[in-house]
Write a protein that binds this ligand. Structure first.
Ligand SMILES: *Cc1c(COP(=O)(O)O)cnc(C)c1O
Length: 384
């Protein structure tokens, strides 16, 4: 399934392990005006809407060059008008990044922040919004990849709609594996990127936008290249990107969409990730690790594990040794706790999860983490 002498298995929040066929789709030269390429762009935009499905009478798909953050920045800096005001709901680094984008662009904004292990709920949003007014836009992250927590974006959307504000959702790390109903959640802008749950390679992000809300962006943009209205208008007019497109990334993405379909779409993909996540949590608990979040708040996308408290454990060594064995995990990003993260997404199955668990057990043994073997006798992990 995976090629490459030096390829690692990536247990990260993206870029992820991709299939050989996705990587192979990139082995072509095409010009940005090539009719084959333009057909691919058209097809990718249509197929992203079909994933919802988000009816094309009401929704538009915009592709934007760059990483996911560029796409978030394109929406924030194009959607909020000069006299608008943004509320950002925050429980992690990606929510804070949205606020940082607003600050950089001189956009008037407030932050409603809860701690990183607290899920954002409609109750939290409603309580705050009942005492505040004047927000034209509200933004929130769906799966806050900082911890792995899954915020209640659909329910929050109904609260936001009640205030009349537009609603922006960063669904970067969940889109393609967790169903999101844009209509009932009143989401105006839904954002994700090529290299997360769709399992493409990095290079662009995309926005699914309510058509009326997109039209309202005309003339708002604070930058030339990240103007989502102009990007959309030009693509509608002649099918082209305004500036050089990431051609090979888009070719790979089309193949990734084929493989998503073959797997049974969003639900099929979500099922595989859920199984990965379950196998990971079961195995890690058996090795003595503690999960940072409560099970009811935890997504199946990425999981934060607390550092063991024994002195023999040292994260840089742990990380380095796993990496040498061919397994890339991810450092923590929490403000107040020492955790590391392991992703369940990308072209991996429970077989790769079991292999990772066996490698973790081996590395802990090499590091002299004795408590691990004590725990193991009690709980008998199922390692492959
Ligand atoms: C990955 C991710 C992003 C974008 O990160 P980039 O490094 O710019 O691709 C934004 N928000 C969330 C929640 C993410 O997981």
């Amino acid at each position: 399934m995976h090629s490459g002498n030096s390829s690692k298995l990536l247990f990260t929040p993206g870029p992820l392990t991709t299939s050989d066929t996705v990587k192979g789709a990139m082995l072509r030269d095409l010009g940005s005006l090539d009719s084959d390429f333009l057909a691919t762009v058209r097809s990718v935009r249509t197929r992203l809407l079909e994933l919802g499905p988000y009816p094309p009478e009401e929704y538009e798909c915009i592709l934007m060059q760059g990483s996911g953050t560029y796409t978030v920045e394109s929406v924030i800096s194009s959607a909020v008008p000069r006299n608008g005001k943004l509320l950002v709901l925050v429980n992690g680094a990606y929510g804070r990044r949205i606020a940082q984008i607003a600050r950089v662009h001189g956009i008037d904004y407030d932050v409603l922040e809860v701690t990183e292990n607290v899920k954002l709920t409609p109750g939290i949003a409603a309580e705050y919004l009942a005492r505040a007014s004047g927000y034209t836009h509200v933004a929130v992250v769906h799966c806050e990849t900082t911890s792995g927590i899954l915020n209640q974006v659909e329910e929050i959307g109904r609260v936001v709609h009640g205030t009349g504000a537009s609603y922006i959702v960063d669904a970067m790390s969940s889109f393609g594996a967790v169903p999101i109903d844009m209509a009932s959640a009143h989401i105006d802008f839904l954002i994700s990127s090529a290299n997360k749950c769709i399992e493409g390679v990095p290079g662009f992000g995309f926005i699914l936008a309510n058509r009326r809300s997109l039209h309202a962006c005309k003339g708002n943009a604070r930058t030339l290249s990240l103007d989502i209205y102009d990007q959309w208008a030009e693509m509608e007019a002649d099918g082209h990107f305004r500036f050089t497109p990431p051609i090979q990334t888009i070719l790979a993405f089309e193949q990734a969409l084929n493989e998503l379909d073959e797997e049974g779409g969003v639900c099929g993909r979500g099922e595989r990730y859920r199984k990965n996540h379950k196998a990971l949590c079961r195995g890690m608990k058996a090795l003595g690790f503690e999960i940072y979040l409560g099970e009811e708040d935890q997504s199946f996308i990425i999981t934060s594990f607390r550092y063991p408290t024994i002195p023999a454990f040292n994260f840089p060594t742990f990380y380095e040794r796993l990496w040498k064995l061919g397994y890339a995990i991810y450092p923590g990003k929490l403000s107040h706790e020492s955790c590391f993260r392991i992703g369940s997404i990308g072209r991996i199955t429970t077989a790769e999860i079991e292999a990772l668990l066996a490698a973790i057990q081996r590395v802990l043994g090499e590091m002299g983490a004795d408590w691990v073997s004590e725990k193991r006798e009690v709980t008998t992990p199922q390692l492959g």
